[in-house]
Unconditional design. Structure first.
Lengths: 356, 510
């Protein structure tokens, strides 16, 4: 147990460092001193209130998509389609908000939109779970491809029913303030959605570890055969877990549309599904750990942005994605390294027992 | 050259994380010999053969061919040495034709199908196989598919053929034909290794027998120097002790608890796993099922517990037909089940003891308070079980994998005894345990019998069967060889029944 936590901390730390160092090497090739630039970006991020608020703002949707991945991961399933479920939530959030804008008071409207996005994402997720349990379809592939289906649907709607009144760009009209999620910290863009994300993460933790439903999800994930032998219907668990996973990803659509963009734009936040996957693995699928890992990724994102805009040095803004990509690759590698270490430890233990 | 063994394995060990699969395995294979590798399920037979075939890498030890050390790291290396293995599950491409399957991996560039088909056809003729070379594999029977597998090995000029449980999927007639081929093949100076746990088959076809138990070799004997009782003793590990009459009073007039009628289980196109099985278990009775493991015992348990659905027949509990009920309902009716593979079917190793104790009753309202799991009550319940069953564990919050095998088994037993209010199905409940734990578990079983529960006890330990059971059925190849009162049987008779001989005359004539 102790050795496992030690592995987790060390490998993750090394993975993040390796990602940052490798992006530093890329900066050297561009003729930029990485240490100076990283230092400058870190200083600005911590000193400037608006930028500091952005760290948590960026972390908010990542918490949701990471929870989405973690939730099915506990049932030994892979939901790679958080991006699509997020878009579905975003479509519903924008459509419903525009419809009810000014009709309902702000608070009531937000609650209704929140619940509907949750259901919208959940239906996409539940469908994947249904295909898995009914036809034994590979949930990995189905969930991955579902993203493109939802993306196509979104593009279609943005050119037709949801197209802005001006009719210029594939985007919706802007929501009026009556549909905005209230700001959390004045002088920043940070909104109450971050609190919602933290509360939901805590809720997911309680659901997984304190209720009998969560118990059954974990049981099926750890040992499907023993669970079925114990009267647990694993197929039902698949559908439930996928519905909830999709619902969590859908919520990210709510906070992004009503909290940040205040409209639906084509091709926005393209990377949060895959980033969520990396965050969940970084946090070992622990809902509370996900909050912190998402904040770390939020910080990386903000720092990358700052570096791209830094006066005097010529850093392409794509360095953000590069840095995140490197960190993610190493984090995912570290997961397999941990698996290998654990296996080796067990093997050594048994060799010792046999030798006696 | 002639005195030198064809292949020799020296001190081979293989460790998987958490299990020792093979430890210090050494034996030889001679030319022209049929070697049987005998042992119960999980004794490590398949593992050692997969090492020889290059599918697994040994952690320790050496392999020699005709005195020269060889490094076999993948099946291709093995094939070059003339070793070929036929797995339990065939490695054929169903959508391809017989010829395509056989030449797979051994042709380059443009394929001259006519020539290949002719080659394959001739090869089949040499060994007397009747195989349509142009037919698709998916259209063939299992028995013919196996011939295609064998032909594939022959096409590669295999001189050592390893067959993993080859008769498991065959009818008796097909088995006979296979045995004929084996004799024919070895007469030409080739060798065959048979992996099996069926004593009868071994006596029929093998020249020499390696007996394995718990990952080690525990016997290397010539067939002519041994008999089935000696072999089963080697295989099971303990001397078969004289029957002990169960000291409890008989419960004659009790009501029927479990009733199994004409139950048959068969996967499409395969030999049946259970054949027309009927029996009753009364309240307050221990009904034993003896037999070499792998003869359908596990399937019978799962059919009773609801994990497998029967093709034919009915199962009823206390007069109520439960054939169509699912596992969850049957648990609620009061059936407890201790599975043979506790790691796979009984426990969730990375969950705590308390969580494992509620596995069977996860739908039960008694664990829920205000929508959450009542941790305090569950912990109390687990502590009680730890105390009552003398489980050596620091507390309800330790993970199941931290316990020894015997204590893990006690956790399952505690849970199932409490859940199985009417019927307890125990599949080899003392397998792999030390004497203290065995005694403990036997005491519990007898106590539950006195309470009036019905107990179905499956065991490969004859001593256990004789010590505990009121009535005994012997299982062989998915059917009952008969149901006897405990007194009517002795070690010799039950041994013959276990080997598939229905009476002594038949055995004598063999």
């Amino acid at each position: 147990m102790n050795a496992r936590i030690k592995d987790l901390i060390i490998t993750n730390f090394l993975a993040i460092m390796a990602g940052i160092i490798l992006s530093g090497v890329v900066l050297i090739f561009l003729g930029v001193n990485p240490v100076a630039v990283f230092g400058e970006a870190l200083k600005t991020m911590l000193a400037d209130k608006y930028t500091f608020g952005d760290v948590f703002l960026k972390a908010t949707p990542l918490i949701f998509t990471a929870l989405a991945f973690a939730f099915t991961f506990k049932a030994n399933l892979f939901n790679i389609g958080a991006q699509g479920q997020f878009y579905m939530g975003a479509i519903v959030a924008a459509a419903v908000s525009l419809k009810l804008d000014g009709v309902l008071p702000n608070f009531l409207l937000l609650i209704i939109v929140c619940i509907l996005t949750l259901i919208a994402g959940g239906i996409i997720g539940g469908l994947i779970g249904y295909l898995k349990s009914r036809y034994n379809a590979n949930e990995f592939l189905v969930s991955m491809m579902s993203t493109y289906v939802v993306l196509a649907l979104m593009n279609y709607l943005l050119r037709t029913f949801l197209k802005e009144a001006k009719g210029e760009y594939p985007q919706t009209d802007a929501l009026t303030r009556a549909a905005w999620i209230p700001t959390l910290l004045s002088g920043t863009r940070l909104h109450m959605g971050f609190i919602l994300a933290v509360v939901v993460a805590a809720g997911v933790w309680i659901l997984l570890y304190k209720t009998s439903l969560g118990y059954r999800i974990r049981a099926v994930g750890s040992n499907t055969l023993a669970s079925e032998m114990s009267g647990i219907n694993s197929k039902k668990v698949y559908i439930t877990a996928f519905f909830m996973s999709g619902a969590l990803a859908g919520l990210a659509g709510f906070t992004e549309v009503n909290g940040v963009q205040h409209m639906l734009i084509q091709d926005f936040n393209t990377g949060i599904g895959s980033a969520g996957l990396g965050i969940a693995i970084l946090a070992n699928a622990n809902p509370i750990g996900i909050i912190f890992a998402a904040i770390l990724f939020g910080a990386l994102n903000v720092m990358g942005n700052l570096m791209g805009r830094m006066p005097g040095v010529n850093i392409p803004s794509s360095i953000i994605e590069l840095m995140q990509g490197f960190v993610m690759i190493f984090v995912i590698i570290s997961y397999f390294v941990r698996f290998y270490l654990e296996n080796r430890r067990e093997k050594r233990k048994i060799k010792k027992v046999v030798a006696q | 050259m002639m005195n030198m063994p064809f292949f020799e394995l020296q001190n081979i060990s293989k460790y998987f994380a958490k299990v020792v699969a093979n430890k210090d395995i050494s034996f030889t294979i001679n030319r022209g010999e049929v070697l049987a590798l005998l042992g119960e399920n999980g004794a490590g037979k398949s593992t050692i053969m997969k090492i020889l075939y290059g599918l697994y890498k040994a952690d320790e030890g050496h392999i020699f061919m005709e005195g020269k050390e060889q490094r076999i790291v993948c099946p291709k290396d093995a094939m070059e040495l003339g070793i070929s293995m036929i797995q339990q599950h065939f490695a054929l491409v169903p959508a391809h034709t017989v010829t395509e399957n056989i030449i797979l991996g051994n042709v380059h560039g443009k394929i001259d199908y006519k020539k290949c088909e002719k080659e394959v056809g001739q090869l089949a003729k040499v060994y007397g196989f009747d195989i349509p070379v142009k037919a698709k594999v998916s259209e063939l029977d299992i028995g013919v598919q196996q011939k295609v597998e064998i032909l594939k090995s022959l096409y590669l000029n295999a001189r050592l053929l390893i067959m993993d449980e080859p008769t498991a999927v065959l009818t008796p007639q097909e088995s006979d034909k296979l045995m004929e081929f084996v004799k024919n093949f070895t007469a030409k100076g080739n060798s065959v290794i048979f992996i099996t746990h069926k004593l009868k088959e071994v006596m029929e076809v093998a020249d020499r027998i390696i007996v394995m138990r718990n990952g080690r070799v525990c016997g290397d004997v010539k067939v002519k120097d041994t008999d089935e009782t000696k072999l089963s003793r080697l295989m099971i590990g303990k001397d078969l002790i004289q029957p002990e009459k169960s000291s409890q009073e008989k419960t004659e007039a009790a009501a029927v608890c479990l009733s199994v009628k004409e139950v048959t289980l068969q996967h499409k196109g395969e030999t049946p796993l259970l054949k027309n099985i009927s029996f009753n278990v009364y309240h307050g009775e221990i009904f034993g099922i003896a037999g070499v493991s792998g003869n359908g015992q596990e399937e019978l348990c799962e059919v009773i517990c609801g994990a497998l659905k029967t093709n034919h027949g009915t199962i009823s509990l206390n007069g109520k037909d439960i054939t169509r009920e699912n596992t969850r309902d049957r648990i609620a009716e009061g059936i407890g089940y201790v599975p043979v593979d506790r790691h796979r079917d009984g426990l969730i190793m990375n969950m705590t003891l308390a969580e494992n104790m509620m596995l069977k009753s996860s739908f039960d309202k008694r664990w829920i308070r205000n929508g959450l799991i009542n941790k305090k009550k569950l912990n109390e319940y687990t502590k009680q079980a730890i105390e009552n069953y003398k489980i050596k564990a620091p507390g309800p919050d330790v993970e199941a994998k931290g316990l020894s095998g015997g204590n893990q088994q006690k956790v399952i037993l505690a849970r199932e005894v409490d859940n199985g209010k009417e019927l307890l199905v125990l599949n080899q409940p003392t397998r792999g345990l030390d004497l203290g734990a065995i005694h403990n578990i036997h005491t519990v079983i007898l106590k539950e019998r006195l309470k009036g529960k019905s107990i179905l006890l499956i065991s490969t330990e004859l001593s256990e069967i004789f010590r505990l059971c009121d009535r005994i059925a012997v299982m062989y190849k998915g059917s009952f060889m008969g149901i006897y009162r405990s007194k009517e049987l002795n070690t010799e008779k039950i041994g013959l029944l276990m080997a598939g001989y229905s009476d002594e005359k038949e055995a004598a004539s063999q």
